[in-house]
Design a binder for this molecule. Structure first.
Ligand code: BES
Ligand code: ZN
Length: 556
């Protein structure tokens, strides 16, 4: 049972969708139909999840009814189905404020001439643009016909052939994805390429040149890439996440385009989800660590093989430090891997705990079993559970049978914090960074700069700026770290840059810490309100909800 869905897949289970949608930029809606094919177990009712959908009619049904709206879960759509019926067609339109859609005006794009639309379905936003059983425990195949205004191209995380889309492998609803805009394409390898606005696509192709090497690296370790093509789509800067692992088509923030490939761990991460997450999927959002912890582990293995041990060690130490920092501010009950989300939005579970504590558990298991045995175990795990959605208990049963070790799995998964005896990462390069004011930084990587900034105990802001010009950094991670410190220390000369940053980037991971830091003082709070009033219309609904909770709450 998934507490975040009103659907009852134990009674009737949807297997396939046919979507037919008009992209109406003029009204900021999607309009059309979804035909759902289902297996009946028993019951004369099919219950779908919806949120702010207008249901015009339901064909092949004996009537329908919308239940009471829940602020987190949306509105159940109950459809009466006659015996023998195995499909219904829901004719519907979305609302302009749909939580899973962002409609961008031309000024919010790189080219400034055409509007842009993209979806973000994870965790429970698919229901705001498709009426379906919106739980990762249900997998569907689908086809789609998407109609866009002339000159605008639609893409989906699916097989795309002259405007028709089809996904023949069963996927959970949170992986259904669509985007439309002025898009160009550049190949990266025989089975990979990148979509982006025309003015961005060259930089994107340069940044992601190692994609094919990454794909074959994961294949060598964990078995064949099962989804055919692996393409990337670079979105406008308001995309609220770093990346989203939509099958066959990763969605990515343009803030990773640093020019030097220093932030491509994001590609390794989203690609790794093609095994951990898309192939073997968390059954509920309490099992989210099965998606993200495994993925961060695989991501780091890819980095090690493609960029060397030192790079992997630095990224692992950065992640480990950030985990401690975040856990220090979380309630104990949120520092467990299998998280209790009763009465909460699954977004609440999206902290570094499932990511970094999850990856640390797998590192610890690797150390206990030995790399060779652990790799064989993981490969078999992906094969065994391929195209299935599994719970933490399924994982526990499997590992206890296939790879018994002395690691206390119950402590790792159900208790708070990082247990003693974890396989802690270490970086010699970082030890050198910690050795005082640096003499020669010419060969420093982005990771060393980040560690340098984060290890300043009492940062001399004027000197840092004078010597290293952080406010002018073209690297979004370094710039973000610097601006966060500027807010913490109330370093006035950088505050205009803070405002500019918050008004031009919508990546939630960057916004949340800065706004949270700003509201800690009365002057900062006034500044936060002023900036947010300007920036909010450009943010994605998901980011708006998060920042509303920080900035608007602080005023109340
Ligand atoms: N699947 C996540 C993004 C996500 C998680 C969206 C939960 C909605 C709800 C994606 O794979 C991810 O983890 N992205 C990270 C980047 C990654 C390099 C750690 C992000 O967006 O920051
Ligand atoms: Zn992820």
């Amino acid at each position: 049972m998934d507490i975040h869905s009103a659907s009852r897949p134990d009674q009737a289970r949807v297997r396939h969708l046919d979507l037919s949608l008009d992209v109406r930029f003029d009204r900021r809606i999607l309009e059309g139909s979804c035909t759902l094919y289902f297996d009946r177990i028993f019951s004369d009712e099919l219950i779908l999840d919806t949120r702010e959908l207008t249901i015009h009619s339901v064909d092949h049904a004996g009537g329908f009814e919308l239940g009471a709206a829940d602020p987190i879960l949306g509105t159940p759509l109950k459809i009466r189905v006659a015996p023998g019926t195995d499909r219904v067609r829901v004719n519907y339109s979305t609302s302009p404020g749909a939580s899973g859609l962002q409609w961008l005006d031309p000024p919010q794009t790189a080219g400034k001439r055409h509007p842009f639309l993209y979806t973000q379905s994870q965790a429970i936003h698919a229901r705001s643009w498709i009426p379906l059983q919106d739980t990762p425990g249900v997998r569907v195949t689908y086809t789609a016909e998407i109609r866009t205004p002339p000159g605008l191209k639609a893409v989906m995380g699916a097989d795309m052939q002259n405007g028709h889309f089809r996904m023949d492998q069963p996927i959970p609803s949170y992986l259904i994805a669509l985007a439309a805009g002025d898009l160009a394409f550049q190949p990266l390898g025989p089975r990979s390429g990148v979509y982006a606005e025309p003015s961005v696509v060259d930089a994107a192709a340069h940044e992601f040149a190692d994609t094919e090497a990454m794909i074959s690296t994961v294949e060598e370790m964990y078995g064949p890439y099962r989804w055919g093509r692996y393409d990337l789509l670079v979105l406008p800067p308001s995309f609220p996440f770093g990346g989203m692992e939509n099958p066959r088509l990763t969605f990515a923030t343009p803030t990773v385009l640093a020019g030097d490939r220093s932030l491509v761990s994001l590609v390794a991460h989203e690609l790794a989800h093609s095994w951990s997450g898309n192939l073997v999927t968390n059954a509920t959002w309490s099992d989210f660590w099965l998606n993200e912890g495994f993925t961060v582990y695989v991501e780091r293995r890819v980095l090690e093989r493609v960029y060397g041990r030192e790079r992997e060690e630095m990224e692992a130490v950065l992640g480990r430090r950030e985990l401690d920092r975040e856990m220090a501010g979380l309630p104990e009950s949120d520092c467990v891997l299998h998280i209790d989300l009763a009465g909460r939005d699954p977004d609440a579970g999206c902290t570094l705990v499932p990511y970094e504590k999850g990856a640390l558990l797998l590192r610890t298991l690797e150390r206990a079993a030995g790399r060779q045995r652990f790799d064989a175990f993981l490969r078999a795990y992906f094969d065994h559970f391929a195209f299935r959605s599994i719970s933490t208990e399924d994982f526990l049963d499997y590992i206890r049978r296939e790879l018994p070790t002395s690691v206390d799995l119950d402590e790792w998964i159900f208790r708070s914090g990082v247990p003693p005896g974890a396989a802690e990462p270490h970086s010699d390069a970082f030890t050198r960074v910690e050795a005082g004011w640096p003499a020669d930084t010419r060969a420093w990587s982005t990771h060393e700069w980040l560690h340098f900034l984060r290890s300043q105990k009492d940062p001399d802001m004027p000197r840092l700026e004078r010597e290293f010009h952080f406010s002018e950094s073209g690297n979004s991670e370094i710039l973000h770290q610097w601006l966060l410190m500027a807010v913490q220390r109330n370093y006035e000369p950088a505050l205009p840059r803070v405002e500019q940053f918050l008004c031009s980037v919508g990546r939630r991971k960057f916004l949340k810490p800065i706004y949270s830091e700003l509201i800690k003082t009365p002057e900062g709070q006034a500044r936060a309100c002023g900036i947010y009033a300007k920036a909010r219309p450009g943010y994605h609904p998901i980011a708006q909800a998060t920042i509303d909770g920080i900035v608007l709450e602080s005023r109340a």
